[in-house]
Write a protein that binds this ligand. Sequence first.
Ligand code: HEM
Length: 128
Amino acid sequence: MRTALLVLITGVVGVLSGCKSQAPPIDYAPMGTLRDVMNGVVDPSADFLWNSVSTVVTAKGTERKEPRTDEDWKQAHNHAVALVEATNLLLVPGRHIARPGEKSGQPRFRAIPGRHRRHDGQGPGHVP
Ligand code: HEM
């Protein structure tokens, strides 16, 4: 009886460990370029957060801007989520930095050669 129980337990453990599900490979299909992600997600969310607190001092007095209502905080939270999650978008394999020949909206990037190359380590557009 004891032996039968041991065999049963060993069998169940064996079957369960054999059933360990293998994570399926994830296919990525990046549509936008890294510049699209910057201009469409990162920059607007960063601007929202940076501009959400300010102090303006004029002759009329001091005006403080900061999130006050639940709705204000909800919006700040949403932009923070978008900004943090955008870092995952930067890591998606195969995403191009920009379209071939596309000029950057940032003048200081224009002179950098090869930035239209892939950022997956295959070219000078690689993001470390
Ligand atoms: C709050 C942080 C960030 C802001 C506000 C920001 C904003 C921008 C903006 C406005 C552009 C220009 C897009 C254009 O040319 O039209 C840009 C380009 C770019 N950003 Fe960001 N970025 C941030 C963080 C990052 C991070 C963390 C990385 C990489 C780890 C990154 C990588 C790049 C690359 C590779 C480009 C393209 C450069 C090129 O065109 O040669 N950025 N970013």
